[in-house]
Design a protein around this ligand. Structure first.
Ligand code: UDP
Ligand code: MG
Length: 328
C-alpha cells in the first residue's frame, strides 16, 4: 500500500535556505519511511531554475551525501511555474505521488502527513491552503486578496489562498502533462484536471532566509498570466463597454444636433477635450487587453519547449518504468 513519493522543490538563487530545507525534508522523509507511510525509494527532487548563485553546487553536494536528494538543473531561468512543471514531469515517471513546495520553508512541512492521509483515503489532489496571512506583509496580503477576488469575478476556478503547495497523484500529474500550454498558471490548471480533491489548511510562515523571488513586477506579470490564460471575460467586458459607449455616443449625437438646430452651439471646448481623452484612453486600454490575448496566442502557436533539462542527478533503487525506458 505504501507509495513512492517525490517532493518537488523549485529553487532559484536559494543558497541561503536550501541547506535548512534539505535538513528538514530529510528528517520528514525519514520519519515517513520509518513509520511505513512512504517507500524508501522516495526522493526530494530539487529543480534548479537557472540559479546564479551556489544553489546547484549545494544540490550536487546534498546528492553526494544521500540518494534521497536528487536534482535536475534547467538550462536557464524559466520562472517558478516552468521549473515546477519540469520537476513534476520528471518525477511522474518514477513515483506514485508528487508533493510540490517552495524552497523557502514558508509552507509548514508537517502538514505533509495530512496530505498523505488524504491521498491514502482516495484524493488524487490535495491542496495546501493558508489559514491566515498574518505573517505576509500588508502589501502582499492585500494584492493577493484582490487577485483571488478578481479571479473569481472573472469566472476562473482557483482554490482560494492556495499557492503551489500541493500533493498530486501520478495520474493527476499525467493529466497535467496533457495540457500543452506555454502560458503556465498551474494553480488554475490543476482544478481542470478533475479527480477527487481535498484541502488541508496550514499556517504560513515567513521566509526562512533570503529574499522573495517574486518582486512586484513578476507578481503582476504572474497575475496577468493567470487572468489571461484562464478567462476571456476581459474581452467580453470590452465588448460590453463598447456597446455602452456607442449608446452614450448616440445620445451625445442627438444632443449635439438639438443644440445645433436650436442655434445654441457655442465653445464646447471642455466637453470636447474630455471626450477625446476619455475615448482615447479607453480605446488604448481595450487594445492593450486584446493585445495581451494575441500575445498569448502568438506564444502558444510557436510550441516552444517550456524548459530544457541540462543536468540530472538521480540514484534510483528501481528501474525506471517501462514508459521512461521507451522514451530514452
Ligand atoms: N522560483 C523559481 N524560479 C523563479 C522564481 C522563483 O524556481 O524564477 C522559486 C523559488 O526559489 C521558491 C519558489 O519559486 O522556491 C517561490 O518563490 P518565492 O518564495 O520567492 O515567492 P513568494 O513566496 O515570495 O511569492
Ligand atoms: Mg516564498
Amino acid at each position: 500500500m505504501k507509495q513512492t513519493v517525490y517532493f518537488v522543490v523549485p529553487c532559484y538563487n536559494e543558497e541561503d535556505v536550501i541547506r535548512e530545507t534539505a535538513r528538514r525534508l530529510y528528517l520528514k522523509a525519514n520519519e515517513l519511511i520509518k513509520n511505513d507511510v512512504i517507500k524508501e525509494d522516495s526522493r526530494v527532487l530539487f529543480v534548479n531554475d537557472g540559479s546564479k548563485d551556489k544553489t546547484w553546487e549545494l544540490i550536487t553536494k546534498l546528492h553526494e551525501k544521500t540518494p534521497l536528494f536528487s536534482g535536475i538543473s534547467l538550462s536557464r531561468n524559466r520562472g517558478h511555474q516552468n521549473a515546477l512543471l519540469a520537476g513534476l514531469m520528471f518525477a511522474k515517471d518514477y513515483c506514485d505521488v508528487t508533493i510540490s513546495m517552495d524552497a523557502d520553508l514558508q509552507d509548514d512541512i508537517n502538514v505533509i502527513d495530512d496530505f498523505l492521509k488524504d491521498y491514502y483515503s482516495g484524493s488524487d489532489v490535495v491542496y495546501g491552503v493558508r489559514s491566515s496571512r498574518k505573517k505576509d506583509t500588508f502589501f502582499k496580503r492585500t494584492t493577493a486578496l484582490s487577485f483571488y477576488k478578481l479571479m473569481s469575478f472573472l469566472g476562473a476556478e482557483t482554490i482560494y489562498n492556495h499557492a503551489d503547495y500541493r500533493l498530486m497523484s501520478k495520474r493527476a500529474v499525467e493529466g497535467l502533462s496533457e495540457f500543452g500550454e506555454v502560458n503556465l498558471f498551474l494553480r488554475g490548471l490543476v482544478p481542470m484536471i478533475g479527480y477527487k480533491y481535498s484541502i488541508v489548511t496550514y499556517e504560513r510562515n515567513e521566509r526562512y532566509a533570503g529574499t522573495s523571488k517574486y518582486p512586484f513586477k513578476k507578481m503582476f506579470a504572474f497575475a496577468m498570466d493567470g487572468i489571461t490564460s484562464l478567462s476571456i471575460k476581459p474581452i467580453t467586458l470590452i465588448t460590453k463597454l463598447g456597446f455602452i459607449i456607442f449608446f452614450v455616443s448616440l445620445i451625445a449625437l442627438i444632443y449635439s444636433l438639438i443644440i445645433k438646430f436650436t442655434g445654441k452651439a457655442v465653445g464646447g471646448w471642455t466637453s470636447l477635450t474630455i471626450s477625446i481623452w476619455m475615448i482615447g484612453g479607453i480605446q488604448l486600454l481595450c487594445l492593450g487587453v486584446i493585445g495581451e490575448y494575441i500575445g498569448k496566442i502568438y506564444k502558444e502557436t510557436k510550441h516552444r519547449p517550456r524548459y530544457i533539462i541540462a543536468e540530472k542527478l538521480i540514484t534510483l533503487n528501481q528501474e525506471p518504468t517501462q514508459k521512461e525506458t521507451e522514451k530514452e
